[in-house]
Unconditional design. Structure first.
Length: 909
């Protein structure tokens, strides 16, 4: 009975399993045009099937088997025959094609036979299709997205340029919408042959907002026409309807601040999407790749991949309640597949997140997705917001669309080559601003981006920052360039094969890039011709260097290690300082004492050693004399014979010396003074030796364990009070002006020395000043930031003392420039974000560029003692032993000769 029940249960379970199970193999078909063979779309389809079959996560017991057919692009009859072949093959779903005309014919066959048809193409038919699933976003929703963007940008005049006939049907809702009634809309159809004509018409009508709907294969031609007609500056805004804007080369548009906006379906920044794309890169069955050279997947392959995933999930859901029977049908019988309706309903109910974003359907139309809003910035296309159905547009970076109007121009920025602020590329073929790099260039880039201007970098003709000549009253350098009322000129200086801004790098170059990006301007970098920052010449009354360039208005900005001071600020303007600093002293690292054999004598000066020796002799003789004078030091050598008149004194001359040396060495002796006078002599000597030995011991450790450095100067006062070490500054710089105009007596004294010293202590460049310091007997007075950079890279150089003053570096502009305040705000924002500090660390403290300093020069670090330090002690010991042996031999010989007669008489008797 129990066995019968068990058999019945197993039988019923098997029936239920068969009723809900999927077949072991499910066949699907895909139709591509001939030009799509081995394309990224076909590879995406194959990879999706491969992944589902390999991982077994969605369909653990079922394998997908595909049949691919290729058809001519405009041959609907041939496409219908291929579709019927697949139906006869037993496919239970058909994917593709992407061609709209062929797609309609394939759908009619699938609809008649109840076979699910999954598409990833634009479908302009608004009627619901029962057996169609389309992953491409509905055009009505896309038009709503375009409308929201136009409203956000406050467009009042726009042109819609479309290429295909159905392009007008696509975008007609933009024209008919109530919001568009308040907008002047111009419709133009254009193909590659008429791009120039249509764009020229838009330019002549001053229509600067354009919605562009062209075929992807013609996009590069359209972009080339924009460049040829010079419609690629900040005044123009292009909204492209393609989802694949990232796959096109926009390099020529980056630095003119032209506004290019588009949507994308695939968020490549999503973690899950990145993982799938990495796997796709490794799947290359035909030598082709799904991703393009930029590792970006186009919208159509992404939608094809997601469509296979949607179908597989629909199958899995169907399996839970229905059985899927094989599709035993054909086009000739026109008998629908009885399992198709259930399958299409389950597919239509799928909700998932694919690589094209969130997916949800309503009557076969995709109603849930996310569009990333992309905007071309100076470096690349960046995400600045997103759009979702029912929510609308959410712009996260409104500054990306900020158009400052006439302010958004290209500025001429002058500079001076100076490590690490502004440097020039020599190794590669750079042109324009790309010639320059460095801290100040990075700063200028950041300010320009924040304020909203472009720029062109040039070198100052006289290579000076700017100083006023006391005789002529004229400014030179950058200050002069900002003062003169003339149109800016361009002075291109190519070194090697480089040109443009790419020649330069450095802190200021990086800063300039950041500012330019924040403000929104372009720039061109040029070097100052005379290579000076700018000093005023009192004799001529003129400025030189950068100051002169800005005074003459030959440049719009000046970046570099340019100090803000009163004299310069009286003729040009400065932004808020991007770096604070002061004047300090660069000097060669002091050398240490060479180790000497008798280093143990160093704690006491030679004079002290001589005085100790003299004191030793004096005290010994004094002890002998006092002991002879005092009657209390004469004692009976035989105490048992009290009446004996024989007396003796223990302090003979030899014993007096022995007593003194024993006390000095802190070893004592058997001789003890008895008289008060001799005890006073001994006590005073003990006190003397206590002080001497204690002082010697205290200094011995410091002298033997720490290498003392020879530091002839410690601060500016030391420099001013001597003449052996020369000192100077950079010629025509703010440091030179500081000493020249200072009212502090020490600095006035230093200026008189520098002014009258021959040969001149002023150097034209930092490099020459550094070389003079390394040669010795020269101290270079320079700004602390530059000093820090140099010291970090050359362990033979060091900073002496603290800062002599406090000041800041700023970006210079001509007097009354409208850019000053905008750039100042950008600098403050960069400081608050810590980006300037990061740039400073990048250029000053890069591990690969800084030298490794040893602890040898630090007095707080004790070194172990070697033979070179205390070897002299052993020499003294050996000499003492040898001397003792010599004396012993002498004593033996002397005693032998003295006792020889006595021994001879004893032998005779």
């Amino acid at each position: 009975m129990n066995l019968g029940c068990l058999v019945a249960i197993v039988f019923v379970h098997q029936l239920l399993s068969d009723a809900t199970a999927l077949p072991s193999v499910v066949k699907i078909g895909a139709i591509f045009t001939h030009d799509q063979k081995d394309s990224s779309t076909e590879l995406a389809f194959k990879y999706a099937v491969y992944k589902i079959n390999k991982e077994r996560l969605i369909l653990p017991k079922t394998t997908l088997e595909y049949d691919i057919q290729y058809v001519p692009k405009d041959d609907s009859f041939h496409a219908s025959k291929k579709a019927c072949q697949q139906v006869k093959y037993g496919v239970q779903a058909v994917f593709g094609p992407s061609d709209p005309i062929l797609g309609q014919h394939i759908h009619s066959i699938c609809d008649a036979l109840d076979i699910p048809h999954l598409e990833a193409r634009l479908d302009l038919d608004t009627e619901a299709k029962e057996f169609s699933i389309n992953l491409y976003p509905a055009q009505s929703l896309l038009n709503a997205a375009y409308q929201d963007i136009m409203e956000f940008l406050n467009w009042t005049k726009v042109a819609i340029i479309y290429e295909d006939d159905y392009g007008l049907v696509k975008l007609r809702e933009l024209v008919r919408s109530p919001k568009s009634q308040e907008m002047e809309v111009n419709l133009r159809q254009a193909d590659p042959d008429s791009y120039r004509q249509v764009l020229s018409e838009m330019k002549s009508k001053e229509i600067r907002n354009l919605i562009v709907d062209t075929r992807p294969e013609h996009m590069h031609h359209f972009l080339r026409m924009i460049l040829q007609l010079q419609m690629n500056d900040y005044k123009y805004h292009y909204l492209f309807t393609t989802f694949d804007i990232e796959t096109f080369d926009l390099e020529d548009f980056k630095y003119n601040f032209v506004n290019i906006t588009a949507f994308r379906l695939v968020d490549a920044e999503d973690v899950g999407v990145r993982g799938i794309l990495r796997d796709m890169e490794r799947y290359q069955p035909s030598g082709n790749t799904i991703l393009n050279k930029s590792r970006v997947i186009q919208a159509e392959p992404a939608l094809m991949y997601d469509s296979v995933q949607v179908f597989a999930i629909g199958l899995r859901t169907l399996e839970q309640s229905h059985a899927l029977r094989p599709a035993n049908i054909s086009c000739e019988m026109e008998h629908p597949w009885d399992g198709g309706l259930s399958l299409i309903n389950y597919i239509n109910s799928v909700e998932m997140k694919g690589i094209s974003g969130p997916i949800e359907f309503k009557e076969g139309r995709r109603i849930q997705f996310k569009l990333d809003l992309l905007k071309l910035k100076q470096h690349s296309l960046v995400k600045v917001g997103e759009w979702r159905p029912g929510i609308g547009v959410n712009v996260t970076d409104t500054a990306a669309f900020f158009e400052p109007g006439a302010a958004n121009v290209t500025l001429l920025v002058i500079t001076i080559l100076e490590i690490p602020y502004v440097m020039m590329h020599y190794e590669k073929n750079y042109t324009g601003n790309a010639r320059f790099y460095g801290f100040c260039v990075d700063l200028l880039e950041a300010v320009a981006r924040e304020v909203g201007f472009s720029y062109r970098l040039e070198l100052v003709p006289d290579r000076k920052y700017g100083a006023k000549d006391p005789e002529t009253g004229e400014w030179n350098g950058i200050v002069r360039e900002l003062m003169r009322h003339e149109q800016p000129y361009v002075m291109v200086k190519n070194r090697g094969n480089f040109s443009g801004n790419a020649r330069y790098e450095g802190f200021c170059i990086d800063l300039l890039k950041e500012i330019a990006h924040m403000v929104g301007f372009g720039y061109k970098i040029e070097l100052v011709p005379d290579g000076k920052y700018g000093v005023y010449n009192y004799e001529t009354g003129e400025w030189n260097g950068i100051v002169r360039q800005l005074m003459d208005k030959k440049a719009d900005l000046a970046v570099g290690s340019m100090t803000i001071n009163y004299a310069r600020e009286s003729v040009i303007d400065f932004t808020k300082p991007f770096m604070n600093l002061g004047i300090s002293i660069l000097f060669k690292v002091p050398t240490s004492h060479p180790a000497r054999l008798f280093s143990f004598m160093n704690p006491l000066a030679i004079q002290i050693w001589l005085y100790v020796l003299a004191a030793y002799v004096l005290v010994s003789v004094m002890m002998f004399v006092v002991a002879r004078i005092s009657p209390y030091e004469w004692n009976n050598p035989h105490p048992c014979h009290a009446g004996s008149e024989m007396v003796e004194n223990q302090f003979s001359l030899a014993n007096s010396f022995w007593f003194t040396i024993g006390t000095l060495m802190q070893q004592g002796s058997d001789l003890n003074p008895k008289a008060t006078s001799t005890r006073i002599v001994g006590g005073i000597w003990w006190f003397f030796t206590l002080i001497i030995i204690s002082s010697y011991t205290a200094n011995l450790a410091a002298f033997l364990t720490v290498e003392r450095m020879i530091t002839p100067i410690e601060n500016a006062e030391d420099l001013a009070s001597q003449t052996d070490i020369a000192y100077g500054t950079l010629d025509s710089g703010s440091t030179m002006t500081f000493f020249r105009d200072s009212m502090i007596e020490t600095y006035k004294k230093m200026w008189r020395f520098m002014e009258n010293k021959k040969p001149s202590v002023f150097v034209p460049t930092y490099e020459e000043g550094i070389q003079r310091v390394l040669q010795g007997d020269y101290a270079f007075l320079m700004e602390s930031t530059m000093l820090d950079y140099i010291v970090q890279r050359d362990c033979n150089l060091t900073q002496i003392g603290g800062l002599l003053d406090s000041k800041g570096y700023g970006i210079a502009t001509p007097m009354g420039s409208p850019w000053r305040d905008k750039i100042s705000l950008a600098i403050l924002e960069l400081q608050e974000k810590g980006e300037i500090q990061m740039l400073y660390d990048k250029w000053w403290k890069s591990p690969g560029d800084t030298c490794m300093r040893t602890e040898k020069g630090k007095e707080s670090k004790a070194n172990s003692l070697g033979v070179d330090n205390i070897g002299g002690v052993f020499v003294v010991l050996l000499c003492g032993l040898a001397f003792a042996v010599v004396i012993a031999i002498f004593e033996f010989c002397y005693n032998t000769r003295r006792s020889a007669p006595e021994q001879h008489e004893l032998i005779l008797h």
